[in-house]
Structure formats: structure tokens, C-alpha cells
Design a protein around this ligand. Sequence first.
Ligand SMILES: NC(=O)c1ccc[n+]([C@@H]2O[C@H](COP(=O)([O-])OP(=O)(O)OC[C@H]3O[C@@H](n4cnc5c(N)ncnc54)[C@H](O)[C@@H]3O)[C@@H](O)[C@H]2O)c1
Length: 378
Amino acid sequence: MEVKKMGKICCIGAGYVGGPTMAVIALKCPSIEVAVVDISVPRITAWNSDQLPIYEPGLEEVVKQCRGKNLFFSFDVEKHVSEADIIFVSVNTPTKTLSLGAGKAADLTYWESAANAFLAQRISSVNAMSALCEATGADVSQVSHAVGKDTRIGHKFLNASVGFGGSCFRKDIVNLVYICECNGLPEVANYWKQVIKVNDYQKNRFVNRLVSSMFNTVSGKKIAILGFAFKKDTGNTRETLAIDVCKGLLGDKARLSIYDPQVTEDQIERDLSMNKFDWDQPIHLQPLSPTSVKQVSIAWDAYEATKDAHGVCILSEWDEFRTLDFQKIFNNMQKPAFVFYGRNIVNVEKLREIGFIIYSIGKPLDPWLKDMPAVAQY
Ligand SMILES: NC(=O)c1ccc[n+]([C@@H]2O[C@H](COP(=O)([O-])OP(=O)(O)OC[C@H]3O[C@@H](n4cnc5c(N)ncnc54)[C@H](O)[C@@H]3O)[C@@H](O)[C@H]2O)c1
């Protein structure tokens, strides 16, 4: 049997998965020609320019090193597919918007739903524990540490936060729920729905805690939002919890100053004014009116965002947020100065010493917060 030497691979879809994965394959396998094709002309044009459409640490260097040598971005899908020895498919699998299964079913059947649903379930589980910790004075980090020591459970995906975001988790659970419903399994469907409900509850809880701590209203107050991408080291904002938190605060007429190291102003404005699919969405997630968009400004750095702010929300765990000069931030803020931690990344005690009033998910509450109701009273 003749064994053909493998020379060319092609990836259909130059998105968050296809682009970076193929760039690394090209780097590691210089003898293989890698073509990444896409029907989106702006996306391919961006991959061929100095402004790549996607941010990941080190990606730009890898692309610059390989592009034009053994890595090519093209919209000539047919040509590259027909020439390839191996074809990867990494196109998006959008949720149906019309007819049977609208808002619930994937246009393609996918195998990743179950794995993602299990991962999301772990996050909702630890987030549910974080609420209990706050109510009882326990520390969720210690609970996670102890639980994670059990090798049957392990330590991954046990960090409490404002909730999960990203393109996959919610979408895959919604699909799973739909498949269960179609197969006459309403109890199983309801079980998985609960994972999303806890996620929405956690976001609402964060907003409620923030509003109630700040004298029951954020109307007219400046709140700095640090981090808008759904996690650190990406400019990807799909399903980011920052959208929900911002909309919740804008609902109470806060003025927001948003800073993220990678997300553009255009993207933030688009995200905040978009109309989400309203399957089981909390009520505050309505599209924003032009008036509320005016309550949002985008800052160039964390210091500009927090200047004269009444409160700061840290929503994603970018490394640069760990090393901020919090004394400087405190000096330039209104008093009392509040910090609300959506991710437990900074030493809370040090910040308390500076003078901040701090809320950190699942941690023992500040004396100030203990006296405040968990939900704003109107
Ligand atoms: N398992 C996981 O944890 C995980 C994580 C991320 C993404 N994914 C999956 O990977 C896939 C890709 O995700 P992504 O984030 O890169 O999506 P993306 O939306 O960033 O990119 C998809 C790209 O495919 C292109 N495309 C769509 N239809 C096409 C076609 N017919 N021909 C050529 N190009 C086409 C789009 O223009 C887009 O640029 C999705 O199915 C997603 O669900 C899985």
C-alpha cells in the first residue's frame, strides 16, 4: 500500500478556535502547509493584516513568524479544501432562531454539549456554595480547597466567581435541555436548566449586593468596570457576565466607566445594545435605550476608569489587575470607596488596610456589608 506523504491541511473557519489552533500547528510543523479559510472577508483580511481579529498572548508573534511561509489565510474555500490532505472544521454552530427548537437547538448536533454542561455545572455548584458561605461567614476558597483535595472531584473549575461566560457553556446546556425535552425527559431537562438559573442568580446576586451596599442606589454614581472579556487573555466577549452586570447597574441608572485591556470600544457598545435571545433571561437583560448607552464611557486604563468613581467592580482576572496601585486608586476615588470582586484575585486584607469597603464573592463579609441587606430595598 502506498503511504502518501502528508503535506497540506486546511481549516474551515478562522475564528477563536480555528485561527489560533492552526497558527500553532504551523509553528510546530514547519514542513506542513496550513491554510485557514473563511467565508468572512473582513475576518480573513484582518488575519492578513497587522491588526489580528483575535487576541491571545503570543498569538501575534506566532502568526507573524509563519504567515506567508507555511500559514495562509484565504477566502478561497473550495481551492484549499480540494487541495488538502486533512480538513479541520471549526465553524460556528449557531443556535436556531426560527421554527422548531428556536433559541434552544444547535443547527448541528454536537458532541461537546455534555462535557461543557458538566464543567458549567461545577461552576454553578461552587457559586451556589459561595452564597451559603456569605450567609454563614465561611470562606469559599477554603471550601473549594478542601473539596478539591478529594481526587474524585479535583481542583479544576472550583473557583467561585460572578458566573460563567464564553460562547459554549450556556449554548451547550440549552441544547442539552432541548434534547432532553424532545426525548420526553422533563425532569432531566429541568435539572440542567438549574445550572443556568444558578448562573443567572449569581450575576443578579452580585448586582444586588453592590446596589444595597452603596446605600440602596447607584443612580448617578460612577462605577468603574475593570474587565469586560469573559476571561483574561482574550478579547472575546461572548456571553460575558460583564454584559449582564453592566446592564443590571445601568438599570439602576449608574454611570459606568469600562476598561478592558483588549476589548474595543465598538465591541463594548455593540454588546451593551444587543438584543439577546430571551430564553429564560433575567428581566434586567433588555436591550439598552440610547439614553443608557450615554451613561457608559470607555477608559484607556484602570486609573482613568476609577478616577472619581464611587465603586470599582473587578470582573475578569487579567494579570495587570493584580498589580494595580490600589493606594493611588483609593486616593482618586469618592469616599467611602467600594471594591466589588467578581474574581478572587487580589489580597482582600491589603485593600481593607488601605480603606476600601470590599465585597468579595463567597468571603466573610465586611462589617459594613453585614449590616446591609443582600438585596436592595426599595
Ligand atoms: N469545546 C469547546 O470548549 C469549544 C470552545 C470554543 C468553541 N467551540 C466550538 O468550535 C467551533 C468554532 O468556534 P469559534 O469560537 O472559533 O467560532 P467563531 O464564530 O469565532 O468562528 C467561526 C468562523 O467560521 C466561519 N464560518 C461559518 N460558516 C462557514 C462556512 N460555511 N465556510 C467557511 N467559514 C465559515 C465564520 O465566518 C467564523 O469566522 C464552534 O462550533 C464552537 O461551538 C468549542
